[in-house]
Every structure is written in C-alpha cells, then in structure tokens.
Design a protein around this ligand. Structure first.
Ligand code: PEP
Ligand code: MG
Length: 866
C-alpha cells in the first residue's frame, strides 16, 4: 500500500467539493481536493513525471507501484495559458517525495481562475483505489493524505484488513474532563501518528490533532468518548491513545503538588480558594450613563471575587485596552500567507524564549500559548480564510473568535477560562502582524495597583512584579491563569468588580482587600491610615514568623516539635529551606516524572533526588517510593482497568507488582550522596509482609552497590488496617508517617476527590483521630518516631490536637512552615493533651472542628495568642 503526501499547504476537502463536475463526480478518478495557501506544488511520492501540461497547470506522476497521480492546480486554470506558473520538472524526470514540481502565483490564479482548489487523484482507478483519505483538515506539505491500494490489496482490505475503521469508546474518568491539558496531550500524541484520529462525543467529532477542537467537544467527567481511526495498526494506535487519556494525571502543574494538602487546608479553615467567594451584587457607587461609567465617588467601595488573597494599599494604574484595527480584505493571498507565517514565527520565537526563563504557573500559560499558536484547526481555519482573499489579521481573529465562542458556549468555567488564552494569543499575533510592540503595559510606579477591564496572562508576566502591589479587574475569572499567576507571584487580586472599576482615575489611592473581597476607592485619610496599619502589622507578623522560622521549634513548655516540608521538586526544596523547613518529610516521587511515555531511568531519578538532597543542604530527605494508581495514574505505567482504582493496585502494591521499577528506584535512592541523608518511605502499607518484601530487595540492592550503611525505612499509615495493626508494622520499620489524606478517605469510605463529599471528608473526624492515636501509641511503645505528612499537619486548627495525640514531627506545605512554627510556640503539651482527649470522645467531625476553632483562651488550657 502506498501513502500519498500532501503536495501543498492548505485545506484538504473531499473531491465532491470541487466546483467542477468532472472532478466532483470522479470522472477522472478518485482522490481529494486541496484549497492551497502555499505557492509550490510538491511531489506526493517518489516516482516519475509522466507529463507536465503545456500550460503548466497540471502534472502527472507515476508512483513506483504503478499508480498514476494527477495534480491539477486550480479549476479552469488552463485558460491562463501558463501565466503565473513556472514548471520545475519535465516529463521523464525522477522525483522524490516532497520535491518541488511547480511554482505558481496565488494572486494571478485568484484573479484569473474559477477556483484555486487543486484536485489530486488517481487516474488508473481500474487498478488502484483510494483508502483512508484524510479530508476536512488543514494540511501541510508532506502530511499523509490518503493511501492507494492495488486491486489485490483491496480485496484483502475488504476481507477485514487494511482500510477498516476501528473505534474505541470509553467513559472519561478525568475529574475535569477534556480541558486544556488533556486536550494538548491528546493533540501532541495524534500529531506524531500517521493515522488520522477523530474523537467523537455528544454527537460531534473533532480532529484529534487540534487541542482547541477537542476542548470544544465539551467532554466532561463521566461522558462517553469514541476514538476513531482506520487502516493498518489503527487498533493499536487507539489503544495507546486510550491508555494515554486514562493515564492523564489530574495532579496540578509542577510546583503545586501539594494541592491535596492545600485545598484541604483551605476548605477546613474556611478560607476559600481563589474564586470560591463570589461577588456580592453591590457593584460600587459610581454613576453610570448609557454610554458607560462616568465617574466614581471618593470613599466608595466595590465588591469583587477573590482571585489571589491578600491586602494591598497603593495607587491606581489604569490600563486601557487598545483595540487593534483589522481590515478584512487581504493584499494578495501570497502576501497574506507569508505575513501570517512570519507573525506566527515571531510570536512562537518570543514564547519559546519566555518559556526558558519562566517556571510554575507562568510557564503553564506560555505552554498553552505555544500549543494554540500551532493548533491544527485554528491555523487551518485561518489559512482557509486567507485563501478566500481575507487579510491574515482578519483570518486569524475570525478563527480565534469562532473557537473562543464555541468554548464560551459550553458554559464550563474551566473551558471558558481558556478563552483568555486564546484572546491573549489573538492579540499577540495581531500585534506581530501590525508590527507594533508586543505589549502596551505602562512602566509601573512603586506600589502600583493595576486597574483594567481584563488582563492577559502575557501582560501580567511582563509586569515588574516588585512594583505591582495588586490587581483589580472589571471582568476576569477566579480560576483563570491570571488568577493562578497572581497567586504564584503573591500579588493580591480581585476580579469581576464590574465596569464601575474602570472609572477609577489614574493615581487614585486604593485599598484592595482580597481577604474580604472589597476595593475601597480614594478612602479618607483615617481609612487609609488604618489599612496601612493593618498591612504593616501583617507584614511585621510574617517577617517575625519568617525570622523565627529557622530556629528550633519548641512548644511553650519546651517540647521539641520538628517541622518538615512535603516536596515534589527541586524548586520546592529551595522554597522549603528558605521558609525554615527542617527537612523533607515526604518527597512525592510520582510527581517528579509526570506525563512521560517511558519510566524515568535510574540516572534521571538519581539526578532529581540528588538535586533535592543538595537543596536541603544536609537536612533529612524522606523519599517515598512511587505511589501511583488510584487518583494518581501515570502514562508510562498503564494499569489494568479496575472497577475501583482507589482499592486496587496502588502505592506499594503497584511497586511489588512491577518489582523491576521498584528496583530501579531503590538503586537511585541509595546512590544519593551522602547515603545517610535519605530515608525510604513505603506508601499504602496494609501489612508487615509488604515491608519485608521491599526490605529483601533493598538488601539486595545495598549488596549490589556495596553500601554498608543501614538505610532507614518507614511505613506510611494511611489505611485503617495499618493503623489497627500499627504495633506489628512498626516492628518492621524505623519510623512511621501518617498519611491523613488517604487515612481519612479509607476510614470514612469517602473518595478524597469527590466534589459533593468535599465538605464532609474531614481528617478531624473522631474515627480518624482515634486511628492516629492508636498509631502513635504503638510507635511510642516501640520507641519509634511517628510523623504526620498528610494535609491535616498543615492545618493550624489540627496542629494542637496532633501534638496532643503525641505527634512530634509534622511535614507540611513548605510556605506554611513559619506560621505553624509560630503557632506551636504558643502551645503547651499539657493543654494540647486535654484538647486531644476531648476530641477523641466527640461524635462528629463538626464537633471536633468547633472545639479546635474555639478561641485560644487560658480557660481552655491553651496560652493566649500573642
Ligand atoms: C496522604 O495520603 O495523606 C499522603 C500524604 O499521601 P498522598 O496525599 O500523596 O496520597
Ligand atoms: Mg496517600
């Protein structure tokens, strides 16, 4: 079977769409038609030139298998009598696939011919037929277009082989459905496959190579999705794509792997995550006219949605969005096509440069923009419009806005937020086309509070963060990239303040309270002074906490409590040390190598572990062996389909199921220098036999590496079974670490990712506390250390209870170390014990939480707050 490749860049359509009956009715043969945006016709395969028309508008090529291919540039182009064409080959020449055959002037053709549509067809259809034609997509030169089978192969195909369409349906397990990240992963996979893959859902279909089209399908958690492809090996391609989708981890972007703990802290402290607090209807005291906002009075207050928490006092810097003028008519197809490619190249190069210097949330934004700039469907749609005579700017804006409208119409806030990225990218390309500077961001004065209708992520990342005190947006969404970026930059932000905020004058004093959701405009001197005072004392408190964060942490009555950090990257290790962490109590190694198709090698792992050990500068490093499965699937290790993954192959069970991977990981851990800095932690232990099995392998690896020093091994207590027999488990290990996230999930039989149950899955439930108490007692009896590394340890309300239960080591979200250390210094062990005893005897989590949130008074046994 022969694959024919696209001879042109453009849009590939079925032959039926050719505006000429001879071609449309396949009187000359079967094939496809391309609406070109490029000006050079290339060879679709290796072969020999059979003929070049005298008027140079058509070329026939004979492939090595004998198939004859006619390439006919445009319709009725024969009337041009060669004008605008330049033949680069002649009859009898041997050509290689991709070799230029003809050049033509798109503008001359557009003026003089009926249509630019270029049929490519097989003229000896008696011997050959066309299969797997890829139509309805944008194509580039060299893309696979269709296959040609000869009669004998055709018969085999008809008997159930080559051309058969394969489909694979399954229910999408991803918590947020096919949003931007999964769509990008699918598109990247599809782009590397020769097969054309379509994805169907809700009665619609999308080309799998276009992330934007995939998002527009609006596939949500629990929806059925069907993958379709045809041809040899299609089944295996679909299987691999399915595994990829099922294996997509919903873990957050790098640098925020402690989401589980953080979101838990946020919900239990009733501190909403960005955006959970909705704007009240009171939308400011401005006067509005039919034409918009006219003025806003001094001392007025607007309510907004919290996008990034904090308090700021500063002067308004207003950012007026300048609409970029776009003309509809192009200045010639060739010119506009070239301009379009130049502008995209320019934006792509700038984004690639920015990507090298950014990390975390900023990097995520840039990665999304890089994905969209080459999105299959967006680019094809713009090229189609250019080939119809539109300007590049008009074509790009139309393509982007159509996609943005489709995403908005889904009514899914997560998808609608991606519209921000599309619109951002729209203006980046339009600016590049217009030759203007990429951003119109003003130079910021000190303590600037930016006021704008909306802000693009690219604008935010180009602002001077040291001068930016806050952000106020009339529009915007609380889960947008701007919100994530602002939080990562530590800049308080309110969004959805309404149009009234746009009436704020440049230089006006503002108090941005992104704790309560208020913006005070030109407050009076007393209010301003009060806000400055609050800000100062808050800074003072944080500074004091940070300054004291590096000292040993003891309770007020002298008990030593160690505060470690949970980590998932080298960058987080640096943050943790700067915040006074005494070591790493939990390295979630599964987050180090997300989204890979193959397992990380021993050396790759060693490099990461060693980097973290170095960043910790001698402090202890507890490395947890891979904890995958359940809510943490990993593409490079597709697990068998399970009815209930949380109760299936997870944690140490997966490692014992794939001992080859465990051995590589243990070797990497043991090779970290110095050897005694690392301890090994085993997740999801349910009985001592699992520990013995890992220990046997560990001993073998130590012998292989000639390591005499004993390596400390710990077990995670995160199943009720391990807590109940903690006394037997602890005999096998050097320390225990309680994973309250899973312990709570399994004790309460509530999925830790279940949105409806989120407010009930509470680690302060008395059943969970009793299991923690049993574990601590067992460890004490055997004089072994017990730590808590689950989300409960990061909750200020829970810390006194944990200390009261006997926990002496906490491993927490890195940036919370200073706050928790300063809290611990106000506690006495005796008071904590009596609090814990009362909590153990309560009936419900609510009751424990009410007790834990009672103000700290001497009467309750706690020292008063400082
Ligand atoms: C836990 O379960 O509490 C824990 C620390 O492990 P993870 O959150 O990674 O499952
Ligand atoms: Mg766990």
């Amino acid at each position: 079977m022969l694959t024919l490749h696209s001879p042109l860049r453009g849009w590939c359509a079925p032959l039926d769409e050719t505006p000429d009956e001879v071609f449309a009715q396949r009187l000359l043969g079967d094939g496809v038609a391309i609406d070109p945006t490029g000006d050079t016709l290339h060879a679709p395969c290796d072969g020999e030139i059979v003929s070049v028309a005298a008027s140079k508008h058509a070329v026939a090529v004979r492939a090595e298998n004998g198939a004859e291919i006619l390439l006919h540039v445009g319709i009725d182009t024969v009337v041009l009598a060669g004008e605008g064409f330049q033949a680069l080959v002649q009859a009898g020449d041997r050509v290689r696939q991709g070799q230029p055959l003809l050049k033509f002037d798109l503008d001359v053709l557009a003026r003089g011919a009926k249509s630019l549509i270029t049929p490519m067809l097989i003229t000896n259809g008696d011997r050959f037929s066309v299969v797997e034609a890829c139509v309805g997509v944008g194509v580039d030169v060299g893309d696979a277009l269709f296959k040609v089978v000869n009669a004998a192969e055709d018969a085999a195909a008809a008997a159930g082989g080559a051309g058969q369409e394969e489909s694979l349906s399954f229910v999408v397990p991803l918590e947020h459905g096919i949003h931007a990240r999964p769509a990008a992963l699918i598109a990247n996979f599809a782009k590397t496959q020769a097969h054309e893959i379509n994805i169907k859902a809700h009665g619609r279909s999308a080309n799998a190579r276009s992330a934007v089209s995939l998002m527009a399908l609006g596939v949500k958690h629990g929806d059925e999705m069907t993958l379709v492809a045809s041809g040899d090996g299609a089944r295996s391609v679909l299987d691999r794509l399915k595994q990829l989708v099922l294996g997509i981890s919903e873990a957050p972007h790098a640098g925020s792997a402690d989401k589980a703990a953080r979101s838990h802290v946020a919900s239990k402290d009733s501190e909403p995550e960005p955006g959970q607090e909705r704007a009240h209807e009171q939308r400011g005291a401005s006067e509005t006219t039919a034409g918009g906002v006219r003025s806003i009075s001094s001392g007025s207050r607007l309510r907004g949605v919290i996008a990034s928490r904090g308090l700021a006092v500063g002067r308004a810097v207003t950012l007026k969005a300048a609409e970029i003028a776009v003309v509809e008519a192009g200045r010639g197809i060739g010119h506009e096509s070239a301009e379009f490619e130049r502008a995209r190249d320019e934006v792509r190069a700038r984004l690639n440069q920015l990507a090298q210097h950014s990390q975390g949330a900023a990097k995520d934004v840039i990665t999304a923009h890089l994905e969209f700039i080459d999105d299959w469907e967006l680019v094809a749609s713009a090229r189609r419009a250019i080939s119809r005579g539109k300007s590049a700017a008009f074509a790009w804006r139309r393509a982007v806005r159509d996609s943005a409208d489709t995403l908005r119409a889904l009514g899914d806030p997560r998808m609608a937020e991606r519209v921000d990225d599309l619109i951002d990218l729209e203006s980046q390309v339009l600016l590049a086309l217009s030759g203007e500077a990429p951003t119109a961001i003003p130079a910021l004065p000190e303590r600037a509070i930016l006021v704008a209708d909306d802000l693009k992520p690219s604008q935010l990342v180009s602002l001077d963060a040291t001068k930016l005190a806050g952000i106020c947006l009339a529009a915007g969404g609380p889960t947008s990239h701007v919100a994530i970026l602002a939080a990562a930059m530590g800049v308080p932000a309110l969004v959805a303040l309404g149009p009234a905020v746009l009436a704020v004058e440049d230089g006006a004093w503002l108090v941005l309270d992104a704790e309560q959701g208020n913006l005070s405009i030109s407050p009076d001197q007393i209010a301003l002074a009060a806000a400055e005072q609050t800000l100062a004392s808050r800074r003072q408190r944080q500074q004091t906490e940070r300054a004291a964060a590096h000292a040993d942490c003891r309770t007020a009555d002298g008990e030593r409590i160690e505060v470690f950090a949970n980590l998932a990257s080298i960058a987080e290790a640096q943050v943790a040390v700067a915040h006074g962490a005494e070591g790493c109590g939990l390295l979630r190694t599964e987050f180090l190598f997300l989204e890979r198709e193959s397992p990380p090698s021993e050396d790759e792992q060693l490099q990461q572990y060693q980097g973290i050990a170095r960043a910790l500068d001698g402090r202890p490093l507890v490395i947890r062996t891979l904890d995958i499965g359940g809510d943490k699937p990993i593409p490079y290790l597709p697990l068998p389909a399970e009815e209930n993954p949380a109760l299936g192959l997870r944690g140490v069970r997966t490692s014992l199921w794939r001992p080859d991977l465990l051995r590589v990981q243990l070797r990497a851990i043991l090779r970290v220098q110095p050897v005694d800095q690392c301890r090994v932690l085993l997740p999801m232990i349910t009985d001592p036999a699992e520990i013995r099995a890992v220990r046997r392998m560990l001993d073998e690896v130590r012998r292989e590496l000639s390591i005499g020093t004993p390596v400390q091994v710990g077990a995670m207590i995160e199943t009720p079974s391990s807590a109940v027999i903690a006394g037997r488990i602890v005999r096998e290990v050097d320390f225990l670490s309680i994973g309250t996230n899973d312990l709570t999930q399994y004790t309460l039989a509530m999925d830790r990712g279940h949105a409806e149950l989120a407010h009930r899955i509470d680690g302060l439930h008395p059943a969970v506390l009793n299991l923690i108490a049993m574990t601590v007692d067992a460890a004490d009896e055997h004089h072994k250390l017990v730590a808590v590394c689950g989300g409960l340890a990061s909750e200020p309300a829970a810390v006194p209870i944990l200390i009261g239960l006997g926990v002496r080591e906490l491993s927490v979200v890195p940036t919370l170390v200073p706050q928790l250390k300063s809290l611990i210094r106000t506690l006495t062990v005796e008071a904590c014990r009596s609090l814990a005893q009362r909590a153990l005897g309560m009936d419900t989590a609510e009751a424990v939480r009410a007790l834990a949130n009672e103000p700290m008074t001497p009467a309750r046994g706690l020292l008063p707050a400082e």
